[in-house]
Design a protein around this ligand. Structure first.
Ligand code: ADP
Ligand code: MG
Length: 568
């Protein structure tokens, strides 16, 4: 239906163009119908002429090559612009400022005349490609930057927590999601470049417009020859427009589709054969038939996660941890030890630094002072040899996170929105831990089954309820075979009736012996499941003890106040 409409509008546009090109001047010249028809035939003849088509092919070649180079450079420039290194971002900004601010015609002439001066001699075609590519780099850099910024930061946080490095995250998570925002601008640029190749005639590139001018210079048939050139341009740019429509659909992650192919992580998919209406009713039905089989979880925990590296040290040891944001002290000397297999619930008012502490344990944020060890190892730091316990940040932070095997579950789930439930679980296994596809998928399906979502493997996150999304997120974290699971208010964003299903999975995990740190306001969960409750306020541990001690007989006034607020 869409394709038909496009064809119609294309034909219509051609008709209008032909009328403009021929009819009015024909009437003004007093031509009759037969002469107009002859004019059309002549125009059609020029459209099919090898001379003009050869010029068009040259324009297409310049556009294709320059676009490919320009996009690669543009992506690099965009990353430089987004870099936290001032020198890089300033250099990229300066380049974009200069190229956008000067006429392209002058740039071309300049490159044509200047390159030979530094000993670089290229033919006209190559010069044109270089000129257009350098120009496109500046424009596409801003498109890429806008696209990257349009993807929620929580996506890269989730990727980092799974041990994915910045480039991997960009390629597999950020770019696929930003393509929809980038494509319309890229189509504009491509069309603009194809038409602008005509200015390459100033450096003697013999392309379409230049060739039309040569013919007109000989026979003075302005309308027919230029009309024919316009028809060829219109045909080519229409091709780009159709490609744009197709690509936009392929990268539309709200649609339910099957993956058709995946290229450098840019997954392209075709529409799912399933009708969209039917599966909406499915989750409820599927939920009834699936048991929340928590016994499974125990068998999924890897053996080595059950035996700590050193029995004489706490499994998680936070020592005198300080952290500030913009000179505001968020954590003020936190000391916390967690035993292997222990379930610790952290309570505390909003802003007391609970999330920050979890992020530091997984090194999603660097420490300002103090040390944190997980299973007797620093995460993201290494001891300086002979430095008397001094630590330095490691270079490959992503690998350090991956090796630490700390699973993290977020308040807002942070599922990768362009990937199905199963693909969310498979992604880090494949990309970070090099697990063979079959094995990763088998574990993914087992985990989905264990959180009661076996029937939802192919669902995209937007088609799952909040509780289901959070269960997938737990399964995703478990897929990296974590030694430690961190939960940051996993049920705070859920409707009350969905809280139970997530807490149920967490209970199962605790029963299976997983070491867990859970930030939550669910007092009943804390009472039932926690081995220890820690109350934090103002970036400090105020008190800790068994649930009975802290919840039922708090010694500190601030704890009492907080519990009263939460209870009411
Ligand atoms: P909690 O999870 O206990 O509610 P957080 O650890 O999220 O508290 O945050 C503690 C304080 O740190 C908050 O006041 C928050 O505004 C601030 N904060 C957290 N992350 C950042 C950040 N990346 N930049 C600046 N301030 C932050
Ligand atoms: Mg928080």
């Amino acid at each position: 239906m869409k394709a038909l409409r496009i064809k119609h509008s294309f034909a219509g546009a051609l008709g209008v163009l032909a009328m403009l090109a021929l009819q009015q001047p024909a009437m003004a010249a007093g031509l009759d119908g037969v002469q107009v028809l002859d004019g059309f035939k002549e125009l059609a003849g020029y459209v099919g002429s090898p001379f003009l088509l050869g010029g068009a092919w040259l324009a297409v070649k310049i556009t294709l090559i320059a676009m490919a180079i320009g996009l690669a450079l543009g992506l690099g420039l965009a990353l430089m612009r987004l870099s936290r290194f001032k020198a890089l971002s300033s250099a990229a900004w300066g380049y974009i400022w200069f190229v956008r601010g000067t006429p392209q015609l002058l740039q071309l002439v300049f490159i044509f005349d200047a390159l030979p001066l530094i000993g670089l001699r290229f033919d006209e075609f190559t010069t044109a490609v270089i000129g257009f590519a350098l120009n496109e780099a500046a424009f596409s850099a801003e498109l890429f930057r806008a696209g990257i910024l349009s993807v929620n930061r929580s996506q890269s946080t989730a990727a980092a927590a799974l041990g994915m490095g910045p480039l991997l995250t960009l390629r597999r998570i950020i770019l696929p999601q930003s393509m929809r925002a980038i494509i319309p601008g890229l189509a504009n640029d491509t069309i603009g470049m194809l038409k602008l190749t005509s200015i390459a005639s100033v450096i003697f590139v013999n392309e379409l417009t230049f060739r039309s001018q040569q013919i007109v210079g000989q026979n003075f048939k302005f309308f027919t020859v230029f009309g024919a050139a316009a028809v060829i341009y219109l045909f080519l740019t229409s091709g780009i427009s159709v490609l744009q429509v197709w690509l936009e659909r392929m990268f539309d992650h709200e649609r339910d589709r099957k993956i058709a192919f995946s290229w450098f992580g840019l997954r392209v998919s075709t529409r799912d054969a399933k009708p969209v209406e039917a599966p909406i009713a499915l989750p409820v039905a599927a939920q009834e038939t699936e048991a929340n089989d928590h016994a499974w979880i125990g068998t999924l925990l890897p053996a080595d996660s059950r035996t700590p590296r050193r029995a004489d040290e706490p499994f998680v040891a936070c020592r005198n941890v300080w952290k500030s944001y913009a000179k505001r002290e968020i954590l003020r000397g936190v000391d916390l030890s967690i035993a292997h297999g222990e379930v610790v619930v952290i309570l505390g008012p909003s802003g007391s630094g609970k999330s920050t502490l979890l992020k530091l344990i997984n090194h999603l944020e660097p420490l300002d002072w103090g040390t944190i060890k997980v299973d007797s190892q620093y995460v993201g730091y290494r001891e300086v040899p002979g430095g008397g316990g001094t630590v330095r940040p490691v270079h490959n932070l992503a690998r350090a996170r991956a090796e630490a095997r700390v699973g993290m579950v977020f308040q807002h789930f942070n599922l990768f929105s362009h990937l199905s439930a199963l693909e969310n679980i498979v992604e880090a296994q494949r990309q970070v831990y090099d697990v063979p596809r079959a094995e990763a998928e088998a574990l993914g399906r087992d985990l989905l089954k264990s959180v009661g979502l076996a029937a939802h493997a192919d669902f995209l996150p937007h088609r799952l309820s909040g509780g289901q999304q959070q269960r997938v997120a737990i399964a995703r974290a478990l897929a990296i075979k974590p030694k430690l699971m961190l939960f940051d208010e996993p049920t705070s964003a859920l409707d009350p009736e969905l809280v139970g299903e997530v807490l149920g999975v967490m209970r199962g995990l605790a029963d299976a012996g997983m070491t867990m740190v859970v930030v939550t306001h669910e007092i009943r969960f804390a009472r039932d499941v926690a081995d220890r409750v820690v109350f934090m306020d103002g970036g400090e541990v105020i008190e800790q003890g068994t649930p009975q001690q802290v919840i039922d007989n708090p010694t500190h006034e601030r704890t009492r106040k907080f519990l009263n607020v939460v209870a009411s």
